[in-house]
Design a protein around this ligand. Structure first.
Ligand SMILES: Cc1cc2nc3c(=O)[nH]c(=O)nc-3n(C[C@H](O)[C@H](O)[C@H](O)COP(=O)(O)OP(=O)(O)OC[C@H]3O[C@@H](n4cnc5c(N)ncnc54)[C@H](O)[C@@H]3O)c2cc1C
Length: 427
C-alpha cells in the first residue's frame, strides 16, 4: 500500500483478480457510482483510474449547479443532486464546501427571454422555486451586474456552487473506500473481455481483473474504452475553460451565480475574486486518439484569448476592470452529445456493460444523482424510467459519421443556454 492524493491509501497493482464490478474512471461519474454501489451492499467493487484519483476534468469544473434544465429529467437529476450535496458531509463524513447563493439567469434578447420565461414555468411545474426578479433585486444579489441591455432576469434561490469541485469525487472515492471499494490508481484499462455476450474481465496495464459488471465512466476517454469492445459511444470531448481573478473589492461569497444566456457566459465568486467561464463560438473538439500516450488534462493547451472575448461580449452588463489580474486559468475536456443529454445506462448488446459519460459540461453537478441511479440499475438489473431519456440506444444511425456528430455537438455547445425547455410530463 502507499499513500495517494488526499490521504487515500491505494494498491500499486490489482490486489484482487476477482471482483464483481469494475468502475473505470474516478471522476465525478465513476466515484459517485462506486460509492453508491458500495452503499447498496456490493462487496466486490474496484474503482480503477489511469491517473490519480479525480485528477482530470472534474477538479477543473466551475462547480455550479443549474436545476432548471432544458429536459425535465435533467432538472430532476440536478434537483436530487442539490439535495444530496446539502446532506453530503452528514452522510459521508467527508468535507464539501458549498455556497447556496442562488443563481441569476439573464436574457438580453427576444429568443432568450422566451427561454427564461419557459424555464420559470418548467421549474415551477417541477416544484422548484424560480421566478422573475427586478433590476433592483438583482443588484442586491449580484452587485457586479448592471441593467444595460437586459430583458429579463430569473432567480433560482436554491442553486448552489461548490467552492472546490474536486472535493465531490474525492469525497465519494474516500467514502467508497471506507465501505470496502478497492481503489486501483495509476492503472490503465487496456481492454474489456466479453465472453458469450457478457462482460468477463477487464485487462489493465497491471494485470487482468475478472468482473461480471463494468461501468465505463472514463470521461473524455470513455469512447476509447468502449471501442475496446467495438462499441460506438457518440460523444465528442470539447475544450472548456474558465479564469479566476484576484480579489475584487465588494465581491462576497454569497453573491449569486450569474449566467448571461446569449453570450454563453457564467460567473460566480471565488475567494474574493470572480470566476468566469463560458462556451466559445468556435468550439474545439478533440480526438483522444491524437494525443500522445500518457496525455493528461493538465497537458491540454489552453487559450486565454477565448475567455477575453467572452468577457468583452458581456462588458455592458458586467462591471469589470480591463486590467484585472487573472490568478488562475484552467480548462478540461468535458464531452458533448448530439442532443445535449448525457449517456447513462446499460449497453444492451453486451450484458454487464454500462456507460456514464456525455456530461455536456454539466456532469459534476448531476453526478450525485447519476451515481445513485446508475448503481440502482446495476443492483436491481432493471431499467430506470428516470434514466430512459439518457439511454445509449436513443441515437439512431444518424451520428455514426463523425461529421454529423461534430455538427450536432457544436450546435448544442454554442447555443448551450438557448434551448426552450420541455415541460415536465411525468410527476
Ligand atoms: C472549465 C470547466 C467548467 C465546468 N463547469 C462545470 C459546472 O459548473 N458544473 C458542472 O456540473 N460541470 C462543469 N464542468 C463539467 C464537469 O467537469 C464534467 O462534467 C465532469 O467532470 C465529468 O466527469 P467525468 O467523471 O465524466 O470525467 P473525469 O473527471 O475526466 O474522469 C474520468 C476519469 O477516467 C479516467 N480514465 C480514462 N481512461 C481510463 C482508462 N483507460 N483506464 C482507467 N481510467 C481511465 C481518467 O483518468 C479520469 O480520472 C466543467 C468543466 C470544465 C472543464
Amino acid at each position: 500500500m502507499q499513500a495517494g492524493r488526499g490521504g487515500l491509501s491505494i494498491w500499486k497493482k490489482p490486489a484482487t483478480r476477482d471482483t464483481e464490478v469494475v468502475v473505470i474512471g474516478s471522476g465525478a461519474f465513476g466515484s459517485s457510482t462506486a460509492y453508491h454501489l458500495a452503499a447498496l451492499g456490493h462487496k466486490g467493487v474496484a474503482l480503477v483510474d489511469a491517473h490519480e484519483i479525480a485528477s482530470q476534468t472534474s477538479p477543473r469544473a466551475a462547480g455550479l449547479t443549474k436545476q432548471v434544465r432544458s429536459h425535465p429529467d435533467m432538472s430532476r437529476l440536478a434537483m436530487l443532486s442539490v439535495q444530496k450535496i446539502l446532506r453530503f458531509t452528514e452522510e459521508l463524513g467527508e468535507p464539501l464546501t458549498y455556497v447556496q447563493s442562488g443563481s441569476v439567469n439573464i436574457a438580453r434578447g427576444d429568443d432568450d427571454e422566451a427561454v427564461i420565461r419557459g424555464e420559470i414555468t418548467a421549474g415551477k411545474a417541477l416544484g422548484l422555486e424560480t421566478y422573475e426578479i427586478s433590476f433592483d433585486e438583482m443588484s442586491l444579489l449580484a452587485p457586479l451586474i448592471r441593467p444595460a441591455g437586459i430583458r429579463i432576469i430569473a432567480y433560482t434561490p436554491s442553486d448552489l456552487y461548490l467552492e472546490e469541485p474536486g472535493q465531490l469525487p474525492l469525497g465519494y472515492a474516500r467514502a467508497a473506500q471506507k465501505q470496502g471499494v478497492s481503489l486501483l490508481l495509476n492503472t490503465r484499462v487496456t481492454g474489456i473481455r466479453v465472453q458469450d455476450g457478457r462482460v468477463a474481465a477487464v485487462a489493465t496495464d497491471k494485470g487482468e481483473i475478472h468482473a461480471r459488471i463494468v461501468v465505463d465512466a472514463a470521461g473524455a476517454w470513455a469512447r476509447l474504452v468502449a471501442e475496446q469492445v467495438r462499441l460506438r459511444v457518440p460523444i465528442l470531448p470539447v475544450r472548456h475553460q474558465l479564469y479566476i481573478t484576484d480579489p475584487i473589492p465588494g465581491i462576497e461569497p454569497d453573491h449569486a451565480i450569474c449566467r448571461i444566456y446569449d453570450a454563453g457566459v457564467y460567473m460566480r465568486p471565488h475567494q474574493g475574486g470572480l470566476l468566469l467561464g463560458g462556451y466559445e463560438r468556435d468550439p474545439q473538439f478533440h480526438d483522444m486518439h491524437k494525443f500522445p500516450p500518457g496525455f493528461e488534462i493538465r497537458d491540454l493547451p489552453l487559450d486565454l484569448s477565448v475567455l477575453q472575448r467572452l468577457t468583452q461580449s458581456v462588458r455592458a452588463q458586467v462591471l469589470l476592470d480591463d486590467q484585472l489580474p487573472v490568478r488562475e486559468h484552467r480548462g478540461g475536456l468535458p464531452t458533448m452529445t448530439a442532443d445535449g443529454l448525457p449517456i447513462i445506462g446499460p449497453v444492451p448488446a453486451i450484458e454487464g456493460l454500462f456507460v456514464a459519460s456525455g456530461c455536456c459540461v454539466g456532469g459534476l453537478s448531476i453526478s450525485p444523482a447519476v451515481g445513485q441511479m446508475l448503481a440502482e440499475v446495476v443492483h436491481t438489473g432493471k431499467p430506470s424510467p428516470a434514466l430512459e431519456a439518457f439511454s445509449l440506444t436513443r441515437f439512431g444511425r444518424e451520428y455514426e459519421a463523425d461529421a454529423a456528430l461534430h455538427e450536432a455537438c457544436a450546435r448544442q455547445y454554442t447555443g448551450w443556454y438557448s434551448s426552450l425547455p420541455q415541460m415536465p410530463g411525468r410527476g
